[in-house]
Design a protein around this ligand. Structure first.
Ligand code: CUA
Length: 416
């Protein structure tokens, strides 16, 4: 008799375990979310009604299929053990009498299957109806925004906020919403298919060129949420991210009022020559080096709030020089900054209040002068294939010295 009569060989078992653990490792689950299920983009740590209904449906489906697994595996294990050949005589024994169907077993299997499908189908249909659009009773309270996917960043517009002479209030890469209110989000795409996904607030919905789409979500409480494009959309799909910041209604209104203002202007106090002497050169960043600090891991909402105010020790001379370069180096042909003459471009993200955002480059890097400088120094190294590099820098022959970069970074950071 073999030492493991009913089990696989230890070596095979070890290899299977290694394969399962390896699959976890390469699936991108962080250890935190794998064990604690509360990672930054965990669908288990739901913070709003839409995601909650979807998680509930996931659990129902899991439990039903787990029960089916237990029954099938139990019957299989029973048959395997009960009817295993135990001697040489068993191996040459006549097969047992063969039947041709058992009405009771067959009807039970059909009935059981239908029951399992019904148990899954009823909550599925209810969830589809609930998650499709803002419930009728809450429609009047719904706040509307429009999200547009670009390769590889998100534009956010607030149709309810019209600014005289400038049109709809527009931001990029960070969607600020009122907490506790249903948000109806129109989904658009400017180029290829993208998908809008804030795991803690709602499941993903595709953004399809020439096909208006929408979803709704609600954040129970004020919070800071990580989002991600969830549809392969080209070489930098994996770094097409965004953030959602949910604020108390009053704080949200203050934010709106601030966003309606034109860009902050900082008058240069000292001649640029003096500022230039103080410039630190850019340290070398490695390829794929993370641009995210611990700031947004511990208290992300507080870190975001801190970004709403001018930085300590900002350099007016450097900032006003950066403002000049922004026009001179043709940045204005792709970016809008309300308040900077000629800055009306719409090919790239709106930058009027970029300094008040917590991230840049499509939610990829923390918004610090160092990371801005890293980004504008060579965008291609951060986000391969992006248009700022190819149609911006290469076509327009944009060349920046470290001083230009530092001044531009100081200017962009000053835009609160
Ligand atoms: Cu956009 Cu993937």
């Amino acid at each position: 008799m073999r030492p493991f009569p009913f089990l696989v060989k230890p070596a095979t078992f070890g290899r299977s375990c290694a394969a399962v653990l390896g699959a976890f490792a390469v699936s991108g689950c962080s250890w935190q979310s794998w064990l604690g299920l509360n990672g930054k983009q965990s669908t288990f740590d739901v913070q709003g009604p839409v995601a909650r209904v979807q998680l509930h449906l996931f659990y129902i489906t899991c439990w039903v299929t787990f029960l089916i697994f237990l029954i099938v595996a139990g019957v299989l294990a029973y048959a395997t053990i009960r009817f295993k050949s135990r001697s040489a005589a068993d191996e040459h024994a006549e097969p047992p009498p063969q039947g041709h169907g058992n009405p009771l077993v067959e009807m039970s299997l059909i009935g059981g299957t239908v029951l399992a499908l019904v148990i899954i189908a009823v909550p599925t249909l209810k969830a589809i109806l609930f998650t499709y659009d803002v419930p009728i009773a809450d429609k009047a309270d719904a706040y509307e925004v429009t999200a547009t996917g670009y390769q590889w960043w998100f534009k956010f517009e607030y149709p309810g906020e019209q600014i005289a002479g400038a049109g709809t209030l527009t931001t990029a890469n960070e969607l600020v919403i009122p907490a506790g209110r249903p948000i109806h989000i129109n989904l658009r795409s400017m180029d290829v298919m993208h998908s809008f996904w804030v795991p803690k607030l709602a499941g993903k919905v595709d953004m399809i060129p020439n096909r208006p789409n929408f979803l709704w979500l609600k954040a129970d409480e004020p919070g800071y949420f990580w989002g991600q494009c969830a549809e392969f959309c080209g070489e930098s799909h994996a770094v097409m991210r965004f953030r959602v910041i949910a604020l108390e209604p009053r704080e949200f209104n203050d934010w709106l009022a601030q966003q309606r203002q034109p860009a902050r202007s900082v008058a240069g106090a000292a001649p640029f020559g003096e500022a230039k002497a103080r410039l630190a050169s850019l340290r070398a960043f490695g390829e794929n080096e993370s641009g995210v600090s611990g700031n947004f891991e511990v208290a992300p909402l507080d870190a975001w709030r801190a970004k709403q105010f001018p930085e300590k020790g900002e350099d007016p001379a450097l900032i006003s020089e950066g403002r000049r370069f922004f026009a001179e180096k043709t940045c204005i042909s792709c970016h809008t900054i309300r308040g900077v003459p000629g800055a009306l471009g719409v090919a790239g993200p709106e930058l009027t209040h970029v300094g008040a955002r917590s991230s840049i480059a499509g939610g990829l890097l923390d918004n610090t002068p160092e990371q801005i400088q890293r980004w504008i120094h060579n965008p291609e190294l951060v986000k391969p294939g992006n248009k700022m590099w190819v149609t911006g820098y290469l076509v327009n022959h944009i060349q920046l010295t470290p001083e230009d970069e530092a001044a531009l970074a100081a200017f962009l950071e000053s835009l609160k």
